[in-house]
Write a protein that binds this ligand. Structure first.
Ligand code: ZN
Ligand code: ZN
Length: 235
C-alpha cells in the first residue's frame, strides 16, 4: 500500500473506492471506510503494518453515503474507534440510507431504494464543524464543503499539506464534480471548493487515483476552470 504523503497511507478498498489511514499522536485516524467488505481489507493493511485493530482510534467520514459508511459500524465494533462526521450529515447515519431530500435528482432517489445501498443504522460518536482540528489526529483540519451532501467535508492534513477531498471531486479517468442527480444541492459544489487551500502537495480522492507533483497542478487548473464564469456567446 503506497503512502500518498508522509503519514498518509492510501488504501484502495475496492478498485474504485479509497480510504486513507493517517498516523497520529495516539494511533491511526481513518478517513472514510467504504462498503461492507472494506473493514476486512483495512484490517489486513493494519496487520501488514504490524499494528492492531485497536490502533485505529477514530473513523472520520467525509459524508454519509453508502460507499463511505456501509462498513463503518462493523469497523467500529472491531476496533473500538470513535466515528466522527459533520453535524449536517450525522442525522442520516441512524436512518440507514440517504433520505429522499438528500438527492437532487430522481435518479439518486430511485437508487437509494436499493437494499444494497443501505447500511446498518448507527449513530456517530462525535460531530464536527468547519475549521475544527480533529482531536488526536495530529493536524487534520475540517473544511465544510456542502453540495454533494449537506455535511460533506474535505480534510486537510496540515503536516503534509495533503487534502482528502472525499466526493467533492471525483477522479475516475478525469477530474469531475460527479453526477448532479446524486448530489444534495449541486449548485453549492463550486463555491464550496473555493474554500479548499491552494498550497498543497497531494490530493486524495474517495474515487480514483490520488495526485502528487504535476498531478496537483492539474487539480489546481481544474479548480481554476470551475471558478471561471461561463463564456458568453456573441449574439
Ligand atoms: Zn458520495
Ligand atoms: Zn463516494
Amino acid at each position: 500500500m503506497p503512502f500518498l504523503a508522509p503519514g498518509v497511507l492510501h488504501v484502495a478498498t475496492t478498485k474504485r473506492d479509497n480510504a486513507f489511514l493517517l498516523d497520529g499522536d495516539d494511533g491511526l485516524t481513518l478517513v472514510d471506510v467504504g462498503w461492507s467488505s472494506a473493514p476486512k481489507k483495512l484490517l489486513d493493511v493494519v496487520a501488514e503494518r504490524r499494528l492492531k485493530p485497536t490502533d485505529i482510534k477514530r473513523i472520520v467520514l467525509t459524508h454519509a453515503h453508502p460507499d463511505h459508511v456501509q462498513g463503518a459500524s462493523e469497523l467500529r465494533r472491531l476496533t473500538g474507534a470513535q466515528v466522527v462526521i459533520h453535524r449536517d450529515d450525522a442525522d442520516w447515519l441512524p436512518v440507514g440510507r440517504v433520505p429522499a431530500h438528500g438527492r437532487f435528482g430522481a435518479l439518486g432517489r430511485i437508487i437509494d431504494r436499493l437494499p444494497k445501498l443501505h447500511w446498518t443504522p448507527f449513530t456517530a460518536d462525535r460531530t464536527v464543524t468547519d475549521g475544527e482540528l480533529i482531536d488526536g489526529s495530529d493536524g487534520l483540519r475540517v473544511i465544510h464543503t456542502p453540495g454533494h451532501s449537506p455535511g460533506h467535508i474535505v480534510l486537510h492534513h496540515e503536516p503534509s499539506s495533503t487534502i482528502l477531498v472525499g466526493d467533492a471531486v471525483f477522479h475516475r479517468g478525469e477530474l469531475a464534480l460527479g453526477p448532479a442527480a446524486l448530489a444534495a444541492d449541486p449548485s453549492l459544489r463550486v463555491e464550496s471548493l473555493t474554500r479548499v487551500p491552494a498550497d498543497i502537495h497531494a490530493v486524495g480522492f474517495a474515487h480514483g487515483a490520488p495526485l502528487k507533483h504535476a498531478g496537483v497542478d492539474a487539480f489546481q487548473e481544474f479548480l481554476a476552470r470551475l471558478r471561471q464564469p461561463p463564456a458568453t456567446t456573441a449574439s
